[in-house]
Design a protein around this ligand. Structure first.
Ligand code: ADP
Length: 354
């Protein structure tokens, strides 16, 4: 009885949230102006008058303004709790057997890592997601048993690295099709987590490993995609049915275009790989929207890894992160245009009803 009541409540919440439109959501989050920007005389170009309705305006110079609409708009005053509250219905649906992909897109320095990872005092979507999964699993423990495992990967220059591996493996990690139709990366660590206390240390180990072997940690993380994969196995204790689902939480590489004259050699290769994978993500979403017979998942490691969590009846949430500063106008418009393109696209109807 408790479960069906909860299910009814969730269904209502989810339907409101769906706004009767496809299964892709775009939430826009703007960070505050930094101390450095304020002292350098930067001005704010983002207007939040209609943020409650998902609208925001960008002052593009003179008296001109460009308006955008998303499923949610967060002002610099919104905190991590506000953000997760809106994302949590999607997280819950993983326990109902849906595959879900949540990713943060935007220029370096706009808060992608702040939103996804957060800090120990101010935890982000990754930690809160696992906390939420454990809470719901506990509430449903009379009807279901769940087993939750976590992998942390990095994609850098089109190569997959296992951030939970204790020793660096010389073997190239490849994506394979598993027997149940799921994609997997043979040989990667899948850390089983039984409670929230174990989670922080796993996530921490993952982010520490990101730094290994790079001269500049911040630069390196801005040029690689950090991908947390949560695998959930559910068993219904009443009818014995088992389901498997997957949730990806992705902190994408910075979307900024580097000026051609500035980049050479290794940096040029990195920049090309980033552009290629972010463009591939846009292309996959477009191909899904137009119901194209060929979805180009294989054009990048990023989209190939996400293949079974993008499209079909899976649910997608994109955070588009922006800077409030006039100095970032060009990149802000480019991110918002990318996000508008993604939002205008319906990733196929949700086949299962909650
Ligand atoms: P990115 O991952 O996009 O490169 P970061 O997450 O590293 O960006 O954020 C850049 C800086 O801005 C960090 O110092 C971060 O703490 C700060 N920041 C980002 N978003 C917010 C926010 N919503 N509120 C307060 N500070 C933020």
């Amino acid at each position: 009885v408790k479960y069906s009541e909860e299910q009814a409540k969730r269904k209502k919440l989810f339907n409101e949230f769906q706004e009767a439109k496809g299964n892709i959501r775009v939430f826009c989050r703007c960070r505050p102006l930094s101390k450095e920007e304020i002292s350098a005389g930067s001005t704010k170009i983002v207007e939040f008058d209609a943020a409650k309705d998902g609208c925001l305006g960008i002052l593009t110079g003179g008296s001109t303004k460009k308006s955008f609409k998303f499923d949610r708009v967060y002002t610099p005053n919104n905190d991590q709790v506000d953000v997760f509250e809106d994302a949590s219905p999607m997280v819950t649906s993983v326990l109902d057997g849906y595959n879900v992909c949540i990713f943060a897109y935007g220029q370096t320095g706009t808060g992608k890592t702040f939103t996804m990872e957060g800090t120990e005092q101010n935890r982000g979507v990754n930690y809160r997601t696992l906390e939420h999964l454990f809470n719901i699993a506990k509430e449903r423990s009379e009807t279901f048993t769940y087993s939750i495992a976590v992998s942390v990967l990095e994609v850098y220059n089109e190569q997959i690295r296992d951030l939970l591996a204790t020793s660096p493996t010389s073997k190239k990690l490849e994506i394979k099709q598993a027997s149940e139709g799921f994609l997997h990366v043979p040989g990667i660590v899948e850390a089983k987590v039984d409670n929230i206390r174990e989670v922080w240390s796993v996530l921490h180990a993952g982010s520490n490993a990101r730094a290994v072997g790079s001269n500049n940690v911040n630069e390196h993380s801005s040029r690689s995609h950090c991908m947390l994969c949560i695998m959930v196995k559910a068993k219904n204790l009443v009818n014995g049915e088992c389901t498997k689902s997957k949730l990806w939480l992705v902190d994408l590489a910075g979307s900024e275009r580097l000026s051609k004259t500035d980049v050479q050699g290794e940096r040029l290769k990195e920049a090309q790989n980033i552009n290629r994978s972010l463009a591939a993500l846009g292309d996959v979403i477009s191909a899904l929207a137009t119901k194209s017979s060929h979805i180009p998942y294989r054009n990048s490691k990023l989209t190939h890894l996400l293949q079974d969590s993008l499209g079909g009846d899976s649910k997608t949430l994109m955070f588009v992160q922006i800077s409030p500063s006039d100095r970032d106008l060009g990149e802000t418009l480019s991110s918002l245009n990318f996000a508008s393109r993604v939002r205008g696209i319906e990733l196929g109807p949700a086949k299962k009803q909650l």
